[in-house]
Design a protein around this ligand. Structure first.
Ligand SMILES: [Zn+2]
Length: 178
């Protein structure tokens, strides 16, 4: 088990496009395992490789089922590894509250597609396709954005994004002053 260090904004790797995975080998499977360990350690719902400083198109996800979550969905509590994910279908619009390990303490409502279908490869190189809505959908879109170098602040209104950037810069100055 290895918990990797989380890269926080404004590190450039968060705004850099990650490269397609070509070799489905033991080195890849080690990164995938470490990413799952890191996600679990932080009680996060998802993690993209950029967030641990790896510029490869790898996403891990696990969305726990909580009592306030409404009906239990097929994707609740299920562990996902999405390599080279491509969203092939989107439908509707929905707004959910999102957070991000790379933006500690920031939670904002983001509007995204309501339902999505995503194609990806698992760590053995086997292709699969899954569809889902709600938190599954928001999480896949949030994490695949990371792979394209897009952070969730870019999905906020201009005013909200400016406020978040200002807040984070203030936190950064304060932590450097300690
Ligand atoms: Zn994130």
């Amino acid at each position: 088990m290895a918990v990797l260090e989380i890269v926080e904004w404004p590190e450039k790797v968060l705004e850099t496009r990650a490269q397609e995975v070509v070799h489905f080998d033991d080195a890849l499977r080690k990164v995938v395992q470490d990413m799952h360990d890191t996600m679990d350690d932080h009680n996060a719902l998802g993690l993209a490789a950029n967030q641990v400083g790896v510029l490869q198109r790898i996403v891990v996800m696990r969305i726990p089922y909580g009592r306030k979550d409404g009906p239990r969905m097929w994707w609740h509590d299920k562990r996902f590894t999405l390599i080279n994910p491509v969203i092939t279908k989107t439908e509707g619009r929905a707004t959910l509250s999102e957070g991000c390990l790379s933006f500690p303490g920031i939670y904002e409502y983001i509007q995204r597609a309501d339902e999505i279908t995503v194609q990806a490869y698992d760590e053995q190189g086997k292709k699969f396709e899954v569809s889902g809505s709600e938190y599954f959908s928001a999480c896949v879109q949030h994490e695949t954005d990371h792979l394209d170098g897009i952070v969730f602040v870019n999905r906020m209104s201009r005013l909200k994004a400016a406020l978040v950037r200002k807040k984070l810069q203030k936190q950064l100055v304060m932590s450097q002053g300690e």
